[in-house]
Design a protein around this ligand. Structure first.
Ligand code: ZN
Length: 238
């Protein structure tokens, strides 16, 4: 079916491929070079960075060392049997446990500089968390692919960090690398939840992170779609 005389179904930006939803939202080379996808990627990254930073600064770093071994006091009803008191879990914050000096860096506007006391590299993972006290570094690499390509993106993403990882480990640091995906239409991949749980970001905080990332991706994709007939791209802050 033709909508009008000039409607041939081709992408209005590259004119080279059919203007399908996956093409417009994540596969057009013109959109890519104009920074339309980068804009959406950075919106989602900002959301992740803000919430992970809050988690590290307000929950993990604020934790007093006494909490780690504090015993829970349980009420024993009259005539009730005394229950064995459990220790609160030491591993509550996963990989972040045992240190309270976590710093979070995000590669927004391509500005990240990898901490030079961990390794010298020009690579810029999207999100870097590190603790000098525990000599641990974690990074997240974010992709916002079309939902059809979530699995493929996950496979591809981390290879380029292999040599950096080896160098960091040789310097005596532990290194944890995660690829996370948020689908362009707002379907958040399990990889984001998995990476969050590894740093103790769980429960309501995790639900909020997943919801907000999905919302941001879908919001930006809506604009990318609406403006896919317009050759100029001047998106700044929507
Ligand atoms: Zn195109």
């Amino acid at each position: 079916m033709k909508w009008s005389e000039d409607e041939d179904g081709m992408c209005k930006l590259c004119g080279d491929k059919l203007g399908t939803v996956p093409h417009i939202l994540a596969g057009c080379p013109v959109s890519l070079s104009q920074g339309r996808y980068r804009w959406r990627h950075d919106k989602v990254l900002k959301q992740i960075a803000d919430q992970v930073k809050f988690h590290c600064e307000r929950r993990v770093n604020k934790r007093k060392s006494s909490c780690v071994t504090r015993k829970a006091i349980e009420f024993v009803p009259a005539g009730g049997r005394f229950k064995e008191v459990k220790r609160s879990k030491v591993s509550e914050f996963g990989i972040l446990s045992g240190a309270t000096d976590w710093i979070v860096l995000a590669d927004l506007d391509k500005q990240l500089k990898f901490p030079s006391d961990i390794a010298t590299t020009r690579l810029r993972p999207d999100l870097v968390l590190f603790s000098k006290a525990s000599k641990r570094v974690i990074w997240w690499e974010l992709t916002v692919p079309s939902e059809e390509r979530i699995a493929a993106s996950h496979e591809l993403k981390l290879d380029r960090y292999n040599s950096l990882q080896a160098e960091i480990q040789a310097n005596g640091w532990s290194c944890f690398s995660f690829a996370v995906e948020v689908g362009a239409r707002g379907v958040v991949a399990a990889s984001l939840e998995c990476a969050s749980r590894k740093i103790g970001l769980t429960g309501r905080a995790l639900k909020k992170l997943v919801r907000d990332c999905g919302k941001d991706a879908a919001h930006c994709s809506r604009w990318i779609y609406l403006l896919s007939r317009k050759r100029e791209w001047e998106m700044r802050a929507v």
